[in-house]
Design a protein around this ligand. Structure first.
Ligand SMILES: C[S@@+](CC[C@H](N)C(=O)[O-])C[C@H]1O[C@@H](n2cnc3c(N)ncnc32)[C@H](O)[C@@H]1O
Length: 301
């Protein structure tokens, strides 16, 4: 998995494109901006000031989401137990060589990333971090079941390009690891992913589009396991799904990706879903798009 091409995004931050997955790691509008808007801001990190938290970063890649998290937690003196899951070491190798990536963060992030690359592990008084290299579908099983996460970042390539990390079976393993007030955060607004998370018993919210970019109707999804309104700290980056988004979940686009043995190929997962869509009585997704004047969904490309 080494066929990666450097990409300069519009906010001046660097990213990669995978020739194997035929997709960019980040939106061309900005890798840094995407991380901040879709992962760091919805995490509402202030609530962990001076406290400890557990975070799982699925599809670690270049490490933007973890770097931005570490950067904020260094400033506010939080204690962190971080696990990363990633199949390919090359993106992290690239990050460690890219001075403009490293300059975005507190110098401690470089120390941590170097240690993750060399030893898969870093530990000091505040942070305990490790990356489990390999297929996330296997490696997630190594995480002790006693560890429940306050935040889970899910940043795989889009479901059409990498369905392996968006199936009912994988998402069910992921959501088992969420603590009772934990947030599962993803850039994806896919109906299949949202419906799966809802069917797994999570409350789902949309990440509000930013004020300076209204092109997209959503910046992604946050799923919360036990939504107790009075206990939950206000999070101004989230809102309930709009009528348009709710109707999206009634269309054929909401048919889930399935991977019973958690070892299916991309093509098998896509074909199985396509067959299920052919025989489904759900509303046509094109009709939904026409009704709401939709041309394009928010995808990583
Ligand atoms: C969209 S990129 C991740 C972007 C990332 N968060 C960053 O900051 O660069 C998707 C990542 O998923 C990884 N990946 C693809 N399939 C995987 C799998 N089955 N298990 C774990 N990682 C996988 C790819 O190697 C790639 O680094």
């Amino acid at each position: 998995m080494t066929e990666l091409i450097e990409v300069l995004t519009k906010d001046g931050s660097y990213s990669l494109r995978s020739l194997i997955f035929q997709e960019n790691f980040h939106s061309l509008l900005g890798a840094l901006e995407e991380t901040k808007l879709k992962f760091t801001a919805p995490s509402n990190l202030k609530r962990f000031k001076g406290k400890s938290l557990n975070v799982l970063d699925i599809c670690f890649g270049l490490g933007y989401n973890s770097a931005s998290l570490l950067n904020e937690l260094i400033k506010q003196k939080s204690y962190l137990n971080l696990f990363g899951l990633e199949i390919d070491k090359k993106p992290l190798e690239y990050s460690l060589k890219n001075e403009s990536f490293l300059k975005l963060w507190d110098p401690k992030v470089k120390t941590i990333f170097k240690s993750l690359y060399r030893k898969n592990y870093f530990e000091d008084q505040f942070f305990k971090c490790s990356v489990l290299w390999g297929d996330a579908r296997d490696k997630i099983n190594i995480i002790p079941s006693s560890i429940k996460f306050d935040l889970i970042y899910l940043d795989g390539f889009s479901p059409q390009k990498c369905p392996q990390v968006w199936t009912i079976e994988f998402l069910s393993k992921v959501t088992e690891k969420l603590n009772s007030q934990g947030y599962l955060i993803t850039y994806s607004s896919s109906a299949a992913v949202r419906k799966t998370l809802r069917n797994l018993g999570l409350e789902i919210f949309t990440i509000k589009p930013s004020l300076n970019n209204r092109t997209f109707w959503s910046q992604g999804t946050v799923a919360i396991s036990k939504f107790e309104k009075n206990k939950l700290k206000p999070n101004f980056n989230l809102k309930k799904l709009s009528l348009m988004e709710e109707e999206h979940l009634l269309t054929k686009a909401s048919i889930p990706y399935r991977d019973q043995g958690l070892n299916s190929s991309k093509d098998d997962i896509i074909k199985k879903r396509f067959d299920e869509q052919l025989f489904s009585d759900l509303l046509s997704t094109n009709k939904w798009r026409e009704k709401w004047g939709m041309t394009k969904l928010s995808v990583k490309s």
